[in-house]
Design a protein around this ligand. Sequence first.
Ligand code: F6R
Ligand code: MG
Ligand code: MG
Length: 368
Amino acid sequence: MAGKKTTVSVIKADVGGYVGHSGMHPDVVAKANEMLEVAVEKGLVTDFHVTWCGDDLELIMTHVRGLEAADIHKLAWDIFLAGTEVAKKLGLYGAGQDILKDAFSGTVKGLGPGVAEMEFTERRSDPIIVFMADKTSPGAWNLPLYKMFADPFNTAGLVIDPSMHEGFNFLVLDVIDSKEIILSAPDELYDILALIGSPARYMIKSIYRRADGEIGASASTQRLSLIAGKYVGKDDPVLVVRAQSGLPAVGEILEPFAFPHIVEGWMRGSHNGPLMPVAFQDATPTRFDGPPRVIAAGFQVTNGQLIGPVDMFDDPGFDLARSKANEIADYMRRHGPFEPHRLPAEAMEYTTLPSLLAKLKDRFKNTK
Ligand code: F6R
Ligand code: MG
Ligand code: MG
């Protein structure tokens, strides 16, 4: 395969939860596996792995068709439609939840599913980590991505590996105004932080090594609420990060998740809570529909084959983060319907406030 580029496409959607919005039914996963087996036989995809995080079906695929390939997106779309049918038969909850528009025209972008893709020429050995989260939105990646690719207190390689020393370019998306900008670390660290510290608006979309433009990370940045114009669930994002040999080491990529930072999402997509790193078997957010959680699947990409996955957070090294997350979850829950546990009204997206205000309109008296 020398010279031929490999594309990793991670495409995900919630096509029905089991039970409620907490988990995945095995029949939905089986359907996806079955259809992807056929796609391999046809030569459409090289390899695949199907998994889930909470109620989100995650299709991890490799192929040689490049970014935003219409036939790969169509395949994912057809799998989500078939998964929805399975979910409907079983009466799973919110069947077809992320199928927001039913007119496929070459891409799943803008239709509901989330997409993170990257294309690269395989190095002699190419480790990747696929992060998948439930009960939160794509801005949740801002803090860990910053730490991985710009913070020398997290990533020792930024200081001591000459091939990383020049730093990285960050492609940052403004999802409100639909604009994007490239900012360079370390020169523009403060500018980067000024933007990505508002993760509901500015989201890191991808990261490239400055020295040669090599891709390091690619995140899904779809925002379901902006697509649908009303609340339809949090976006439950995915992220692909490439590791080692002049990119952050596997351990440097995982390290930011040892700090369970606060993200928006959780119950009814309307609460702040800690992002808990968990093993695959614990990817079932049940307490108050949460707390938000993230799994990490490690693969070696070899001639387009996905060698793996390894369950990267299945490590006692993350026990403290989990227990800290539980402690924070407890603390936040005690606020009940008060901010900052509950999101500010304009960020809630799932609210009775407008109708409540309309109902009380005539009872409000002017105070001056
Ligand atoms: C959040 C989420 C859940 C639901 C909640 C209410 O992303 O999926 O917390 O918002 O379970 O769900 P409905 O409105 O479907 O009863
Ligand atoms: Mg759901
Ligand atoms: Mg979900």
